[in-house]
Each structure stands twice: as C-alpha cells, then as structure tokens.
Design a binder for this molecule. Structure first.
Ligand SMILES: [Zn+2]
Length: 269
C-alpha cells in the first residue's frame, strides 16, 4: 500500500490556504452587495464600450421575459421620495431614481437611503433647465459630471459613475432636438448610455386621482413584456406614491419581475 507523506510544512500551508479561503467566502457573502456596488460604480467604465451599453438599453423593450424597470425622475424631494422608498421597501422591490443634481445637494440623506436600500441612482442632469443643459458641449458634460459628484458625496462612494442618463422630457421630444442629437454622441464619449420609457401613468401631465393614475398605468402596460415605467418622485402635479402600492401589486399579479439598471450593468461585466 502506498502512503502519501505530508510534511509538517505542507500541512501548515494547506491549513493556511483553507483559512484564507474561509475568510474570503465569509467576506464575499457578507459584503457582496457593497462590494458589487463599489465595482460597478468605479470600474465598470473600463470594461465595456458605450455602444454596447446603448445597444442594451435600446433593446430593453424587446425582452421575451416579463420584466419591469420602475423609474422615478426629478427627485429627490422630501415627502414624495420618502413615501416611495417606504412603499418599495414594504413590497421588497427595487427601482431606479433619475436624480437632479441640485436636488441631490438639497437632500443628500434621501439619496443615501436610496442607495443603501439597493436602488439604482441614475443621472437626470444638474439643473433640469434645457437652456443651461444644451448651452454647449462643456455645459452638457458638466451637468452630468457635477450630478455624479453630488451623488458621490451623498452616498459616500468616491468617483461614482452613474452610467445611465435620461434626457429631461425624453430623448425624442421635439424641444432642442438638434442639441440632443449631438449630446447622444457626447454621452458615448464619457461612457454613458441614455434611456427613455415605454410605459407611464402620466403623473406629470395634469392632476389625476390615485384611481386614474392606476388606470393610466394599466392601460400603458398592456400587452408589453418588458416595461420601463416613467413616474416622478415629486408631488407638484400628481402624487404617484398614492397609486404606487396598487401599481406594484398589479405588476406582480401579471407575473412581472422587477429589475434596476444596476442589474443591466452587471450583465456587461
Ligand atoms: Zn425630468
């Protein structure tokens, strides 16, 4: 019979490797979420081409699976965003917030809460003012960068890169159409993609009751597999938070799963 002779030195090395492996597994499973967030916010820009990202975003609407991306624009605001975060938490659902830079500076704690509760923080420009946003190439890029900087300091993550921008009023609206065309190229230069939506409850159009908002929402989602849903975490026109719980429950009943743009970015690594 052959015996494998293990020296004391080999035994110690094996034990050392075993202990390091256990520590690594424990660390990863405990801090996986924070670690992933860090990787995505700091290093992803080196690993993909902006064209690939834009292709993914353009093809989002053609998925075979039933997926819903809840998106909230124009926040953070004190009452609406807080109520929306409470409802998302109760329903165990994550969303993407397209924040405005100057509002991030006003309510950094709310953005921190969004981030810590697993939501994706995306970029909606600093001023939400078209005449400032499209003034020049530098002005456009500065609006995006300074919004990311504001997010960075709110969530305490250095060099946060949000990767995904939404044009105020959408990329297809006629206002500033020629500027938007140029800006789509500038976005690629700085590693960003942009996304619009294919479903909405019209909460920014006029004052609707929660019943009407829910009806608008159901009509807009009809016969679509993949949904990018536009709502606003403001309460200046309609209050989307009043119909949000019913809207989420409706999507769940219809068999949708929920994703954020963070999930999409991870598929690009
Ligand atoms: Zn907006």
């Amino acid at each position: 019979m052959n015996f494998v002779i293990i020296t004391k030195k080999q035994l110690l090395i094996s034990l050392f490797v075993l202990i390091i492996s256990c520590i690594s597994i424990t660390f990863y499973t405990t801090f996986a979420k924070e670690y992933d967030s860090y990787i995505f916010s700091n290093s992803l820009e080196n690993n993909y081409s902006a064209n690939d990202l834009q292709n993914k975003l353009d093809n989002l609407y053609y998925s075979d699976e039933k997926v819903a991306y809840l998106t909230f624009d124009d926040g953070p605001t004190k009452i609406a965003t807080t109520k929306i975060l409470d409802i998302l938490k109760e329903n165990d659902v994550h969303a993407s917030f397209f924040v405005i830079g100057y509002r991030v500076k006003e309510f950094p704690d709310i953005v921190k809460r969004e981030y810590e509760e697993g939501h994706f923080i995306a970029n909606h420009g600093y001023s939400h003012n078209n005449s400032k946003l499209y003034k020049s190439k530098d002005a456009f890029i500065n609006e995006i960068m300074s919004t990311d900087e504001a997010i960075s300091s709110a969530i305490d993550v250095s060099n946060y890169h949000s990767h995904i921008f939404r044009f105020p009023n959408g990329s297809k609206s006629k206002n500033y159409a020629s500027s938007k065309k140029l800006c789509k190229n500038y976005l690629k230069e700085i590693g960003y993609g942009y996304v619009d939506w294919n479903a909405l409850n019209n909460d920014s159009i006029k004052k609707y009751s929660s019943y009407e908002l829910l009806n608008n929402f159901k009509k807009s989602c009809k016969n679509k597999n993949s949904l990018v849903i536009l709502m606003h975490d403001t309460s200046d026109v309609s209050k989307s938070y009043e119909s949000l719980d019913d809207s989420i429950k409706y999507l769940k009943e219809q068999g949708y799963s929920f994703k954020t743009f963070n999930d999409l970015l991870f598929t690009m690594k």
